[in-house]
Design a protein around this ligand. Structure first.
Ligand code: HEC
Length: 111
């Protein structure tokens, strides 16, 4: 019966730690984005060059899948294939976490 309180304590501890872990990854992602992505995609995920897509608010899974596709050669682009080649799985997760965590708001054009 002593196991129950310790399990509860562990669960509470884990719940308290999880947001910090996510934050740490997003911060690492922000630093990486500053160094490697901001010239084209912006640090805020709003593209700086017309041929680059906005990444702000894009889903984590989509960003990760595309970066891995560029890295493996499944998706090709003269700029992104070179950039993705040097990214580790961890870099990709952190970058995707940063860009997906940015909140965006859409305003539709008036008719
Ligand atoms: C030199 C400019 C440049 C840099 C630097 C750059 N990108 Fe890109 N990125 C592009 C362009 C251009 C495309 C569009 C590729 C295409 O047309 O297929 C793109 C596409 C992408 C896509 C696919 C988005 C979609 O909507 O399908 C992702 C994800 C992405 N970049 C992430 C990154 C990340 C993360 C970094 C930093 C590690 C980075 N890029 C650095 C130019 C750049």
């Amino acid at each position: 019966m002593r196991i129950v309180p310790s399990l509860l304590a562990a669960a509470t501890l884990a719940a308290g730690l999880l947001p910090n872990v996510a934050l740490a990854d997003a911060t690492t992602g922000k630093n990486l984005a500053k160094a490697k992505c901001q010239v084209c995609h912006g640090i805020d995920g709003i593209a700086k060059i017309p041929i680059a897509p906005h990444l702000a608010g894009e889903s984590q899974i989509y960003i990760e899948t595309q970066l891995k596709a560029f890295r493996s050669g499944k998706r090709e682009h003269e700029m992104m294939s070179v950039i993705a080649k040097d990214l580790s799985d961890e870099d990709i997760t952190n970058l995707a976490q940063w860009y997906s965590a940015i909140k965006i708001q859409a305003t539709m054009p008036t008719e």
